[in-house]
Design a protein around this ligand. Structure first.
Ligand SMILES: N[C@@H](CCC(=O)N[C@@H](CS)C(=O)NCC(=O)O)C(=O)O
Length: 201
């Protein structure tokens, strides 16, 4: 299998952490690509018509996307138990919260990098940050006991999301007033799978 990948994509990182945690890294060739909405990559669109990474190219079936589908596939393939039946809706909701936060964080980056100065909307950027702010507050108040339980895909998605905030939005100081979540992330970030997938490039 081939994983269309980039060294700084937090959605790719979710998949890489999952590959590490489920011991499947050796089954996947990492293929670095670069793609944005304005510089579409033909290798990516051949696998995923939406034009986004990660995409997982398989020998025995259509390419898989997006990160949620790929991670679920990898969990199923390894029988790793990252979506335990007794709390699967919680896991999926926490993963959706992390992914939603990440989508807003990425849109903020795209606004700054891909749009000309006169096209940018500071209000729109702040509205994206508001989504992130609400998500972080909700996780810090509602999800800490889940995060302190056995590791599942919710943990992996949240670990990747918080580390992306450190990478791209450090100045926003997401930890302020969220001691519980900050402490959880500090410990999760020390996992070998997190250390091995630190952003590159
Ligand atoms: N929901 C998707 C989001 C993936 C995504 O936004 N990937 C970014 C890189 S971090 C991308 O490929 N952007 C290119 C584009 O938006 O055209 C997933 O979970 O895989």
């Amino acid at each position: 299998m081939k994983l269309l990948s980039s060294g700084t994509s937090p959605f790719v990182r979710k998949v890489l952490i999952t590959l590490h945690e489920t011991n499947q890294l050796g089954d996947v060739e990492i293929v670095p690509v670069s793609t944005t909405p304005f510089a579409v990559n033909a290798t990516v669109t051949a696998a995923n018509p939406i034009g986004k990474i990660p995409a997982l190219i398989r020998e025995d079936g259509p390419a898989l996307y997006d990160s949620r589908v790929i991670c679920r596939f990898l969990d199923h393939r390894a029988k790793a138990g990252l979506y335990p039946e007794n709390r699967v809706w919680d896991v999926l909701t926490l993963e959706a919260t992390a992914d939603g936060l990440l989508e807003a964080a990425l849109l903020m980056v795209y606004e700054a990098r891909l749009r000309d100065e006169e096209q940018r909307s500071p209000d729109w950027v702040e509205a994206q940050w508001d989504k992130i702010d609400r998500a972080l507050t909700a996780v810090n108040s509602l999800w800490m006991s889940h995060l302190h339980g056995r590791m599942d895909m919710g943990h992996i998605a949240m670990g990747a999301a918080l580390s992306y905030l450190d990478l791209r939005h450090d100045a926003r100081n997401w930890r302020a007033g969220r001691d519980a979540l900050a402490a959880w992330h500090k410990s999760f970030a020390e996992r070998p799978s997190m250390l091995a997938t630190a952003p590159q490039g």
